[in-house]
Design a protein around this ligand. Sequence first.
Ligand SMILES: [Zn+2]
Length: 423
Amino acid sequence: MTDDKGRNAKRVSDFVSEERLWRFHMEMAKIGATPKGGNNRQALSPEDAEARTLFVKWAKERKFEVSMDEIGNVFVRRPGTDPKAPPVLSGSHLDTQPTGGRFDGIYGCLGALEVLHAVDDSGIQTKRSIEACVWTNEEGTRFSPGCLGSDAFAHPKNLRKFLAIKDKDGVTVGDALADVKKRMPSVDSRPLGFPLHAFVEAHIEQGPILEAQKKTIGVVTGIQGARRYIVTVEGEDAHSGTTPRSRRKDSFFAAVDMVNALKPIFTENDKDDILRFTIGRFEVYPGSLYVVPGRVIFGIDFRHPSLDTLDRLGAQIESVCRKHQGGCTVKVEEIVRVTPTPFTGLIPETVDKATKELGYPYMHILSGAGHDSQNIAPLCPTGMIFVPCEGGRSHNEIENATPGDLAAGARVLAETMVEIANR
Ligand SMILES: [Zn+2]
């Protein structure tokens, strides 16, 4: 066998082309490009339709089979010798945040497409089909919640409910999807939630660890869990000039006391800096300089890989808030609870083996961000491969990664998929 430069090639990863993979990224980044060098390609927008169209065009040029399911997830298939055997799937998302980067999610789709090209160039026949996919609406900015396409794939019964979700202008997922389909070339339809043999998602790390540790590959051991709360503190609006302290029900001071009491609980005993505790929303009403605030609403997001820790700390929030409510009342509502997703067995073991064989510096790493893999993990052996991103910056227009690191991740992905597709 010889690779794209005529060199002797022994294995599928020799056929991964760094140039082609980088060109895929740079072509894709032209769609919804922002002035600061990033992308605004929100889910099921005209830009998202254009991105999918380009992805499908590249697939069809290589005569791969293309299909789409009822929530708009796109699948590109290189058939195996046993067409009935469930496929090995890899992919991520092409949608971005409004000020998103060129790699978050996109790399997982284009890396998987590159693997299909590499396998095809090598002439290797796998037993199982290998497929690249684009999950619909991972980011969740336009339509909430995120990871909608993979969620629907895992829970087809929820399809109708998902199609009825509206954006801020009242447009439903169903209507936006119909628009996207009109703009795309026709592709075969595929039932939602077909059987999978295995799923592996390549992604930029979106954090600073791999770069700091000088590692090319992160073998992902799992995705941390999260709990989110809305806390509403009710006091009483009062004249700021005439109301003595003894008569006030100041919701702001009560809320500050609550936050000050919560902070040490969530930061002490966390020497290794693993727990993520954020109060990213704090609203004071009515928001006048002349009124003692009668209401405060604040939001808590905390994340940790251990279910025990999530349970133990989450259980304290309400009682701590009550203890510091003073003359006000407080309501604590949990709005999101995501259990941690460990990746064990087939995928991390095969990724590990491939990485060692290819000789890349690597480490085991936990994902701080959520990914589509969380939804697929209950269905089949699942895992992820991380590559470094510059300065750990993501969800930012200046998000960056090197062609070499992206290609290294694609080589590991190629070896992993081919190995599993022959089982
Ligand atoms: Zn992503």
